[in-house]
Design a protein around this ligand. Structure first.
Ligand SMILES: Nc1ncnc2c1ncn2[C@@H]1O[C@H](COP(=O)(O)OP(=O)(O)OP(=O)(O)O)[C@@H](O)[C@H]1O
Ligand code: SF4
Ligand SMILES: [Mg+2]
Length: 356
């Protein structure tokens, strides 16, 4: 933590040892979440499942930002809820510092819940309207009292408010007295108060005006530099995560279809879905506008309760062939330099590389 905020804070006692340099802090292995679909009022009968998350593999290193991108309903928020233990996986594993979160209990689980924090899309809905900003920021200290002894809490809250760009004099104000961007800063201060290692940012800027989006993204980047934070940064638009991400994972209907460094995914996307998403990103430089291809996707996203056989993208894919209906494509490198879940993956420049 920075001098002014963390200097006076005691270090919590850790039961989860730190991982060696370069090893993943967080590892998600074949993660699945199926929600039951029920029928009947008195006697509920399960008639199927919504496969919200269906075999997600991702990892996150210390100080790294992984962008997770996909259309509405593809399972991004479910992944984030699973990661902060708000939902239980149907299958698969979440490893944190090498330990299986499902097998954690007692002090280890408490430490996990402290070290892995979340910021939500709608800052207003995620803040209790009846609590003052000061109480919201300090709320976590009632469970993790060792971080902030009762005596200096007001001062620490105000230091945190200052660090995220809020006026510390407003500590007794209520969420409705702040703008959308300021409310998101309150959410960031609340997460920061627990001295996290990882912050799951679930569309933290999607509800904000474009100019405010940039300010919040810049703040998150500053905090990452100061505190060595790792981010899983979720968005439905590839242009939002481009600036902040070291690596990007593209999600479609519950699973990852392409993954790579930001330059691989933006410069040489190889999955048709990534190519289509990129082609819909607006190009700001007039000189480059004509150079960009536009790939219009046909049809709607199929229901995760009844996904297509084989490749889930096949009902909207212009490259689909017979094998696509039969064999689910593995997320592997087929020679394009990074993993892509397409039998016919082929790197293709969709957006001119000079586009920032
Ligand atoms: N508690 C639940 N019970 C049943 N279905 C659910 C539940 N939560 C999510 N779903 C379903 O799981 C799928 C994935 O939802 P999720 O909220 O994870 O998507 P998302 O990618 O975050 O979408 P958005 O961009 O709109 O936030 C959707 O079809 C959704 O309706
Ligand atoms: S596997 Fe087939 S349907 Fe799926 S993205 Fe590739 S070409 Fe399209
Ligand atoms: Mg969501």
């Amino acid at each position: 933590m920075s001098e002014d905020v963390a200097g006076s804070l005691p270090t919590p006692e850790d039961v989860l040892p730190n991982v060696p340099e370069g090893a993943p802090l967080l590892e998600v292995k074949d993660l699945k979440k199926y929600f039951p679909l029920t029928q009947g009022i008195l006697f509920k009968k399960t008639i199927g499942h919504v496969r919200a998350v269906d075999g997600v593999n991702v990892s996150l290193r210390r100080g790294e930002t992984l962008g997770l991108v996909g259309e509405s309903g593809c399972g991004k928020s479910t992944v984030s809820k699973l990661l902060v233990a708000l939902e239980k996986p149907s299958d698969g594993q979440i490893l944190y510092k090498g330990k299986d979160v499902a097998k954690m209990g007692g002090r280890a689980l408490k430490q996990y819940r402290r070290e892995v924090q979340i910021i939500f899309q709608d800052p207003y809905a995620s803040l209790n309207p009846r609590m003052t900003v000061g109480d919201i920021v300090a709320e976590g200290w009632s469970v993790h009292a060792d971080i902030a002894p009762r005596k200096g809490r007001l001062q620490r809250t105000q230091e945190l408010m200052d660090r995220v760009g809020l006026n510390p004099d407003f500590v007794n104000r209520y969420p409705h007295q702040f703008s959308g961007g300021q409310r998101q800063r309150i959410g960031i201060a609340r997460a920061l108060a627990l001295q996290p290692e990882v912050i799951i940012c679930d569309e933290p800027v999607s509800a904000l005006d474009v100019s405010v989006q940039a300010q919040v993204v810049n703040l998150l980047e500053d905090l990452q530099d100061d505190f060595g934070l790792s981010y899983l940064f979720i968005a439905h638009d590839l242009s939002v995560v481009r600036h902040i991400s070291d690596r990007v994972a593209v999600m479609y209907l519950g699973s990852i279809v392409e993954q790579g460094t930001a330059s691989q995914v933006y410069g040489s996307p190889s999955h048709p879905y990534t190519q289509a998403l990129l082609s819909s990103v607006p190009v700001h430089q007039p000189a480059l506008r004509g150079l960009k291809e536009r790939i219009l996707l046909q049809g709607d996203v199929p229901s995760p309760a009844n996904p297509p056989s084989g490749c889930r993208f096949r009902t909207r894919c212009w490259k689909a062939q017979d094998i696509c209906a039969v064999e689910p494509p593995a997320l592997v490198d087929r020679g394009q330099g990074h993993p892509s879940a397409c039998h016919f993956a082929e790197a293709r420049e969709v957006v001119p590389v000079d586009v920032e």
